[in-house]
Design a binder for this molecule. Structure first.
Ligand code: SF4
Length: 410
């Protein structure tokens, strides 16, 4: 059967570092862009044999700031993929962009090459907050960027927002949401601010500048309600879209589908193995262009772990999980898990639609704790698991099939 693969290309360059950012991204390293490009092109070429059994149906240029890296380089990478793998003409191809590094010329080049989705880092509609967190753009630049994106015929736009930002009140968040909705994108990703160790914003931890946990929870519940009312049903804890405009690439992460990453810090999941590359630009370049190991973590995902991931990732989405699906794939007891889900339902945290279980908005808010408890229940159930679980799992068929009459780039 034909297998599908998502490709992620990490662009670790930014014009400056935002105060909350924990992604692997570097400011003021433009002198390494050309060398990095060479390394990526070599890496893609050398990976042709691993990509050969697959059709590529999603490509995601993430960062960092791909729009700061420039369309010419991105198109060259896209060409390298087309030349070294079977990229479907219908593939969803996303480029992350920031409002301060978008030009009409770059948008035109990317659209002509086949890029069909833009993910725009907006974060807030409040210029003071944007300045506070170190963003380089203001709201006027956001509206101008959206105008340019639409003028160049992109009809699939994601807007990234963050709630729980320093000095942000509930009414300020409501204002950001209403201004962002007026942009009429096809998709929203809205994340709660998480303060990570080592980021510049850390100094505000426990300070009154930050909204309380209760405020953040209210912002989350308000957002899920507003999104639903304006025609963006929630399909994952932090993601909302017009029907049919869910991110195909991100769905792969939550549906245990295969994907291959390129670049420092990029993760891959192929053939039952999860691995990642070093979070170090120079080591990555040196390893690809010279000799040296670039693999950082490598883990074979065994059957029980895969069953745990089914619950962990499935419950992040509104598609949820089901007893029949779990049993047909893992041949393992679901009763303890279902009992707990029933208890969650009584509290208003989970709901059942037909055979499937999913969290409600208040359940998503508590999802870390609730999923942790489900996994404990699962590990008890595993003790009673049928011993031929492994044999059954080895025969697991891929979930995606090649669409009929599909065309590929070449
Ligand atoms: S633009 Fe994005 S990746 Fe770059 S520093 Fe800011 S948050 Fe991080």
């Amino acid at each position: 059967m034909d297998r599908m693969l998502g490709v992620y290309i990490h662009i670790p360059f930014c014009a400056s570092k935002c105060s909350y950012c924990d992604f692997y991204s570097l400011a003021h390293k433009e002198d390494l862009m050309n060398k990095y490009q060479k390394a990526l092109l070599r890496h893609i070429e050398e990976s042709a044999p691993q990509m050969a059994p697959y059709y590529i149906d999603t490509i995601y240029f993430g960062g960092g700031t791909p729009s700061f890296y420039g369309a010419k380089r991105l198109c060259e990478l896209f060409d390298a993929l087309k030349n070294n793998a079977r990229v479907l003409k219908s593939a969803e191809v996303t480029v992350e962009m920031n409002p301060d590094s978008i030009t009409k010329e770059d948008l035109r080049l990317l659209h002509a090459a086949g890029v069909n989705r833009v993910s725009l880092g907006v974060q807030s509609a409040n210029d003071d907050i944007l300045r506070f967190i170190g963003r380089r753009h203001n709201w006027r630049q956001v509206t101008e960027a959206v105008r340019l994106i639409r003028a160049e015929s992109f009809d699939n736009l994601n807007v990234d927002l963050i709630y729980g930002l320093p000095t942000q009140s509930r009414s300020d968040w409501a204002d950001t949401l209403s201004k962002a909705l007026a942009l009429m994108p096809e998709h929203f990703s809205c994340y709660g601010l998480k303060i990570e160790e080592g980021t510049a914003i850390c100094k505000y931890l426990d300070s009154p500048v930050l909204p309380t946990d209760d405020d953040q929870a209210d912002m989350y519940l308000y957002m899920t309600d507003v999104m639903e009312r304006y025609g963006y049903p929630q399909y994952e804890i932090s993601n909302f879209s017009r029907p049919g405009r869910e991110s195909k690439h991100n769905l792969k992460y939550w549906q245990l589908d295969e994907y291959m990453g390129f670049g420092p810090g990029a993760h891959s999941y192929m053939g039952g193995v999860r691995y990642s590359y070093v979070r170090d630009l120079e080591k990555y370049i040196g390893g690809v262009l010279g000799v040296g190991d670039i693999v950082d973590e490598y883990e074979k995902i065994d059957k029980p772990e895969s069953a745990a991931e089914y619950i962990m990732l499935g419950m992040r989405t509104t598609h949820g999980i089901s007893k029949d699906e779990y049993f047909s794939i893992y041949r393992s007891g679901f009763d303890k898990i279902e009992y707990l889900l029933g208890e969650y339902e009584k509290k208003g945290w989970a709901k059942r639609a037909g055979e499937r279980w999913r969290f409600t908005s208040s359940g998503f808010l508590l999802s870390n704790i609730l999923i942790g408890t489900l996994l404990e229940a699962q590990s008890q159930a595993k003790m009673n698991a049928n011993p031929w679980i492994s044999e059954r799992l080895d025969r697991r068929e891929p979930l995606l099939t090649m669409p009929e009459n599909e065309v590929i780039f070449n």
